[in-house]
Design a protein around this ligand. Structure first.
Ligand code: DSN
Length: 420
């Protein structure tokens, strides 16, 4: 059952309580490979379920628009101080509701509508809010996008520099949602400096790896850094903006009153708890284990003939182009889900297929590493993925069912925070 127990919820609203229990069981029984997800600790779960949700706190510590902030101010200050210590930054704003509002605050702080922003194209691995055309950031600002090279699947900084020199963006984004390789922050910083742009690093996917020393940090290269708190960082659903002191005021103003009202204080407390966890030596072990698992999984997939974008991974994320397997991403993802392996279908660079029916799969090892699976199990996971793809191609539903049972058996040996 769900941990912490939800007995009052079950008594008051059995329908919702039943669904919560179902979701906890589902998370327990699945190999969860969605690259942006994780399992938070029960301490983080408890913090999100506290009376802090009852309180309005527009403003910042010591300068609020409502009374009764005797407790909220120290909660927010703790989260800020821990963020500054974990990432080694001069300023942290822990109020953004999630990654997209955090990124929008960067626009509000540094750009006027119609001015130029440059980011990685969504189909190449960027994020909607880095100026993609269906997002407000692509509609309200003049957006130019860099991609990846066809031969390497990786960003070519010479191309980024040429584009930046031609387009003169005021803000350059680096980072994204489907990048399996290390980001060259000094390289991006040199380009931003040359064209007089603010470099904004979106580290949402890799924040936990950076906190744990398993990926280079953008600090000292990007004066503005945004991140969600719930991916490899393993906190509640929320976000932060980290920056140097020079940009603190503009960013704080952009978050409140520019974009948001009252911060979600229960989330702020849970962010503080997660940052406390991330400051411990065990978290560094965890971050390195995420990368080791991703590398082991990538290697085992390549051995089974899977075509990985960039040929492998440096971080938690793997992007598979399934074209050579004779199946598209969506049917493969759905078959894998039935087999107990949860991931998402994803475009690959230069994908000839549409985004809602693309050629690829995106996988990440943040959650399964929290669960305690190691590199030995990654070989088995690759084998299961291969078997499921073949079973789906052959219409062999019995094989998919058999694998779901094997996965439930394996996961029975690995406890899940949030379920007992
Ligand atoms: N939805 C997130 C992801 O899955 O990468 C990005 O916003």
């Amino acid at each position: 059952m769900h941990q912490p127990a939800i007995t009052d919820l079950a008594a008051a609203d059995p329908e919702i309580a039943g669904l919560v229990e179902q979701e906890a069981k589902r998370q327990y029984e699945k190999i969860r490979l969605i690259a942006s997800e994780n399992y938070v600790s029960t301490a983080v779960l408890e913090a999100t379920g506290t009376v802090l949700t009852n309180k309005y706190s527009e403003g910042y510590a010591g300068k609020r628009y409502y009374e009764g902030q005797q407790v909220i101010d120290p909660v927010e200050n703790l989260a800020i101080e821990r963020a500054k210590a974990v990432f080694g930054v001069e300023h942290a704003n822990v109020q953004p509701y999630s990654g997209s509002p955090a990124n929008l605050a960067v626009y509000l702080a540094f750009l006027q509508p119609g001015e130029t922003v440059m980011g990685m194209a969504l189909p190449a691995g960027g994020h909607l809010t880095h100026g993609w055309n269906v997002s407000a950031t692509g509609k309200w600002f003049r957006s130019v996008a860099y991609g990846v090279r066809k031969d390497t699947g990786q960003v070519d900084l010479d191309e980024v520099r040429d584009l930046a020199l031609a387009e003169r963006p005021k803000v350059i984004w680096c980072g994204g949602t489907a990048i399996p390789r290390t980001i060259d922050y000094p390289g991006f910083a040199a380009i931003a400096q040359e064209v007089g742009a603010v470099l904004a690093a979106d580290i949402a996917h890799i924040a936990g790896l950076i906190a744990g020393g398993a990926h280079p940090s953008p600090v000292g290269h990007a004066p503005v850094i945004t991140t969600t708190t719930h991916k490899t960082l393993r906190g509640p659903r929320g976000a932060m903006i980290l920056s140097d002191a020079e940009h603190a005021k503009a960013l704080d103003r952009a978050v409140f009153p520019g974009l948001q009202g009252g911060p979600h204080n229960h989330t702020t407390a849970a962010i503080a708890v997660a940052l406390g966890e991330a400051s411990k030596p065990e978290f560094s072990t965890y971050a390195h284990a995420i990368v080791a698992n991703a590398k082991a999984l990538a290697e085992a997939l390549v051995e089974r003939g899977f075509d990985l974008v960039t040929g492998g991974t440096d971080n938690h994320l793997i992007l598979i182009d399934l074209t050579n397997k004779g199946i598209a991403g969506k049917p493969a993802a759905k078959a894998l889900d039935r087999a107990g392996i949860e991931l998402n279908y994803n475009s690959v660079p230069f994908d000839p297929r549409k985004p809602f029916d693309p050629s690829g799969l995106r996988l990440g090892t943040g959650a399964i590493t929290t669960r305690g699976l190691g590199t030995d199990q990654m070989v088995k996971v690759a084998e299961w993925i291969d078997q499921v793809v073949q079973a789906e191609n052959n219409g062999d539903e019995a094989a998919i069912e058999r694998i779901a049972g094997e996965i439930r058996d394996l996961l029975g040996n690995y406890p899940m925070p949030g379920w007992r």
